[in-house]
Write a protein that binds this ligand. Sequence first.
Ligand code: ADP
Length: 312
Amino acid sequence: MIKVEGLTRKYGDFVAVDDVSFTCQPGRVTGFLGPNGAGKSTTMRVMVGLTPPSSGQVTIGGLRYQDIPNPARHVGVLLDASAQHGGRTGREVLALGARTMGLPASRVDEMLALVSLTPSEAKRRIRNYSLGMKQRLGIAHALLGDPKVLILDEPANGLDPAGIRWMRGLLKGYADRGGTVLLSSHLLHEVEQIADEMILIGRGRIVAQGTRQSLLDGHAGQKQTLVTSLDNAALAAALAGKGVAVEPAGNGLRVSTTTDQVGRAAIEAQVVLTDLRDGGGGLEELFLELTADTQREAPASLAAPTPEGTIS
Ligand code: ADP
């Protein structure tokens, strides 16, 4: 289990991580989600002893990382896939890791097979690796010592869709066998599909945490429907007349109410619907809303200019 307690990390006057507390449980994948600069990497760097906290602490299995004997056997870490020496081959990196951790050399081939790096790729120098290959190598390195805890910073960066699916399966399997996984991302959909628990961070502070469902339940009243009709303007006017929020979305409208209500309003206004669907997406709205003051861009719903020919 990873336990973060009242963690604060300042750089001069700047507070990069501000009184952050959360736990990551065995058997669960915990997603650490936030926009760029939110404080995810800093938190993870403190976790593995690369930077000291200004106050608070992080323990893994009850110990600070730097107090764990042979820590790589207990905690697999991937913070920056590009941080490896570019002149070494992938195989050399894993062989060195195995030797440092006191593992048999056979472990190297097992890990290469696990992350689908071919023998010829393993012989290539890392400076010639794609980012996706570096991520695979980084994951292999993190798993080398058969640790019980994995800490991965943006592991999906650079992976193609098939690679992301592969990683999702790998991490889910790892958690199902009792492992503890913490992975960060600035992309909601990456985390949403894999994480059992989510921690949302913005400007160094935790803004929400819980399971996907509990986060959505906690912010009910945000039901969204996507609708397209032969007369969006008339439909928007009918909905607005009922006090429902409406905004343009693609060729249609995004409406803050249920599909039933939109259907009824369409009947009343005698507008033909060509598409009506649950706008779900509540979590993305929630994420943008919770971290709105930390985003470089305002959420699209606030910032997007009204497309011509649609109703604002
Ligand atoms: P994230 O991983 O969520 O993108 P980071 O933890 O990398 O965010 O950064 C959080 C904030 O702390 C950023 O504003 C970043 O510029 C700042 N920061 C990180 N490391 C340092 C450092 N060594 N010195 C000064 N500021 C830093």
